[in-house]
Every structure is written in C-alpha cells, then in structure tokens.
Design a binder for this molecule. Structure first.
Ligand SMILES: NC(=O)c1ccc[n+]([C@@H]2O[C@H](COP(=O)([O-])OP(=O)(O)OC[C@H]3O[C@@H](n4cnc5c(N)ncnc54)[C@H](O)[C@@H]3O)[C@@H](O)[C@H]2O)c1
Length: 427
C-alpha cells in the first residue's frame, strides 16, 4: 500500500494545526522529536506524533535526499515548523539533542541508531523487527536498561482494540484450553521478473544505506521499501509480517520463549532478484502447546477464509485474529459465532496513535511501555530463530534465559554477524 498524501492529511491536519494541547489547565509539554529513517512508516509515526500535539518534529534524518524532500512535503500541511534535515544520525543526535527519537530505518539499521539515541539521552520509538540478528536486540535491551530510557517498539497491534479484546477472550478461557496455534500470511503473486542493478540515484548515500551490512550494487528493488526481501538487510516475510503474529503468541501465553524451533524454507516460485524464501514453515515447540508459522508469496485464493493472521485452536473452539477482518470465534459445535470488527486509522489502517499515546504516558511516568523493548526483543527473536533454523537446516534448541542455542556451536555463530567497517557490532 502506498502512503497517500490525501489520507495522511485526513487523519492529522485538523488536530496538529490546532492550538497547543492543554492538560489540566496547563500547556502540555512539547517534546523535541527527531525521525531517523524518514520513509513510508517513519512518516506515518511522525504524523501520529504531530497529531498528539505534544511533539514538535525538529529534525528529519535520511540518507536519501529524495526521501527527505518527500517527508518535508508531507509535514508541510501539518505544522508550520520546518524540521532541520540530516543525512547522518550521529550529527543529528549531537546537534539537536532530541528528547524523543523515532527509528524507522530498514531492519539492518535499527540497532545502532537506537543505541546511539538512548546513549544521547532520548526516549525511543523503534520499529519492528527490532533488529536483524538476535544479539543486536540483546544490546538494545541492555542499553535501554543501563540508561533508563523508555523504548517502545512499533508493534501497534498491542494497542489495537480488536487484537486486545481477542487476547483477553483467550486469556479468560473463551476458547478453552489451547493446544495448537497457527500463524500465517499468504500473498497472491507469481514468479515476477528480475530487476537489473542500476546507477545510484542522485542524492542517495548508498554506502551509508548499506551501512553495517555487506555493500552491494544499488538495485531499485531494494530501496525504498523493498529491503524486506533481501536477507542482508531484513528477514523476509517472517521478519516483516511474522513478528506481528508471533508477538500475539507471547502476548497470550505465560511462557517467555519456545524451547525448540524447526523451519524449512525455499524459493519454489519466485524468479525475480529478491532473496527471501517464497515458501516457509516454522514449528515452535513450547512447554504447553505447539505453534506454527507459514508464509507463501503466491497462490492467493478464496478457499482459505483469511489471508493472514493467527488461529488459536482450543477445546471450546477456534479464534482467528486478523487485520481488516477483526477477530472471530468459531465454536466447536453449536453455539454463537463471536465477531468483533477492527478499529483502524488511516493512512494504512493502523493503530499507531494508541501506541504513541502509551509511549508519551510512559515517558511522563518512566514506566515500561506496552511494547517495551524486551517484549519486542522476545518476539523478534522468535522470527530470527525461524530464519536461523532454515539457514542451518535443522532444529535448534533455544535457551531463552541465556539466549544461546544448545549444543550447536555453528548455529550460535548466527546469533550475530560481522559488521562492515567502520561500524562495530553492538555488545
Ligand atoms: N509496525 C508496522 O506495522 C510497520 C509497517 C511498515 C513498516 N514498518 C517498519 O518500518 C521500517 C521502515 O520501513 P519502510 O517501509 O518505511 O521503509 P522505507 O524504505 O520506506 O523507509 C526507510 C528509510 O530509511 C532510510 N535509511 C536507510 N538507512 C538509513 C540511515 N542509516 N539513517 C537514516 N535513514 C536511513 C531510507 O533511505 C528510507 O528512506 C522497517 O523496519 C519496517 O519493518 C513497520
């Protein structure tokens, strides 16, 4: 879905151009807010920040001048303030000293700016998946705790009314005892075509964009937005969509992590120049239940009722939690189907404003937010363990307390990776 300027304005203009927010008769605090990664989703979050009327976007940072220009243009109708522009987040942090930083770069660029912003004293809203390899996430949690910063992860479904009430229904035993969970995303599509590498567009610092990941020639399929399907920069469908639904499993259960993970992944259909699997299945074994993830980038159909989401199979019935289709309880035998539609915001049907409101409340109270970095780390870890098992081609036994794979030195190597100079892997 493309960010439509019309939709962006529809939700944000009126409130952000209004007078400053008055709380208990007092002018509410305005937080100096910076965006690192001013692309599609970064500017959706910026829209919610402005709409809260407690944030002033003082600086935008992107390694691509074109993205910066588009971002500035999107902000124009929302605020009379003009954000200063940066290409290097380190310079932004040093000069601007923001109180809040939004990190919405591609996944391989989440860890370093988040940790740098935390060390510079900012509270951070970082996008999911929080990292590209698991030990980056561990370092992000450590930095947040050492510097006592509020770090919210962009898993906005944790504040979606329908996702919240579905989890409450499950926790209250509405579907009975759950023995199995199935999460999935199926897309329509076909083999596609390869896009050749091309000249680096003017104004894009491609070397900086690749950053700690291996350098490769520019390809328009990668940037903007296409990085999801390239494994040096992201983790395919499992890292992109999977984390939203795997997060529901950890939200519902008292267990903190799976004890073993097994995945198979392949490219059976796609013939374009992307790299991520087009077909993947992951099994997660927990103490009290088994969960699976399935993704497919072809074969969309009307036979399967839902194209994405998660099913919880219980002794009293099955709950499906989705996106546009809300949540539904299908009882085992006779009995009423329960359904709740979603309550989503434009643009792009999300619940960022609710998540942002919780972030601001926690910045004030210094409590952990609803999608605290540790929650994001655990859910991201589930996605990344799935990719890791597929990579080594065998089951892995996970010790979530120590964050190590048991009895498998080769697999443990992939919990981190070498960074390209001059960048250093965070510890
Ligand atoms: N929570 C959600 O539902 C949701 C939805 C969409 C995207 N996202 C996440 O948001 C992130 C961004 O995705 P997107 O679709 O907006 O991608 P995008 O390509 O539109 O935007 C990313 C921007 O980051 C910039 N960038 C790259 N390296 C940078 C660096 N070192 N410093 C500053 N800028 C840099 C790129 O030039 C680009 O403009 C991803 O992690 C994605 O998973 C989350």
């Amino acid at each position: 879905m493309n960010l439509k300027r019309r939709d962006f304005l529809k939700t944000t203009t009126a409130s952000t151009l209004a007078a400053p927010f008055i709380l208990n008769g007092q002018k509410a605090k305005m937080y100096k807010t910076a965006v690192i990664g001013a692309g599609w989703w970064g500017m959706n979050i910026a829209g919610a920040a402005l709409a809260s009327r407690q944030c002033k976007i003082t600086a935008l940072c992107d390694v691509d001048d074109h993205q910066l220009a588009v971002a500035q243009e999107k902000m124009r109708p929302l605020t009379s303030d003009v954000a200063r522009q940066y290409k290097d987040y380190r310079e932004l942090l040093q000069k601007e000293k923001p109180e809040i930083v939004i990190v919405a770069t591609p996944d391989h660029w989440h860890a370093l700016p988040t940790i740098a912003a935390i060390e510079a004293g900012a509270d951070v809203y970082v996008e999911k998946p929080i990292c590209h390899t698991i030990y980056e996430g561990r370092a992000m949690v450590k930095a947040a705790r050492e510097h006592e910063r509020v770090v919210q992860v962009g898993l906005h479904r944790r504040t979606s009314p329908h996702n919240m009430s579905a989890i409450q229904f499950l926790k209250q035993g509405g579907a009975g005892e759950i023995g199995m969970i199935r999460s999935f995303v199926h897309h329509d599509g076909g083999p596609g075509r390869a896009t050749p590498d091309s000249e680096i567009p003017a104004g894009l610092d491609w070397d900086f964009w690749c950053g700690p990941a291996p350098y490769r020639p520019y390809n328009s399929k990668i940037h903007p937005r296409g990085f999801r399907s390239f494994l040096d920069f992201a983790n395919g469908q499992l890292g992109d969509w999977g984390i939203h639904w795997l997060d529901h499993i950890l939200w519902w259960t008292e267990e903190k992590y799976p004890k073993s993970v097994h995945s198979v992944a392949a490219r059976h259909i796609l013939q374009d120049n992307t790299e991520a699997p087009d077909t993947q299945v992951v099994h997660f074994e927990f103490q009290d239940f088994i969960a699976t993830w399935e993704s497919r980038r072809y074969g969309g159909n009307a036979a399967e009722k839902h194209e994405l989401g998660i099913y919880f199979y219980g002794t009293l019935g099955t709950v499906h939690i989705g996106w546009h289709d809300g949540w539904t309880f299908y009882p085992v035998r006779n009995g009423a189907i329960v359904h709740e539609p979603p309550q989503l915001h434009e643009p792009d049907q999300q619940n960022i404003p609710e998540l942002w409101a919780n972030f601001l409340t926690c910045i004030e109270s210094r409590e952990k937010p609803i999608c605290d970095i540790e929650i994001g780390h655990r859910s991201t870890t589930m996605s990344l363990l799935g990719m890791l098992s597929a990579k080594v081609g065998r089951s892995i036994a996970w010790d979530g307390e120590q964050q190590i794979i048991l009895h498998d030195p080769e697999a443990n190597q992939y919990l981190k990776r070498d960074y390209r100079a001059p960048w250093s892997y965070p510890l």
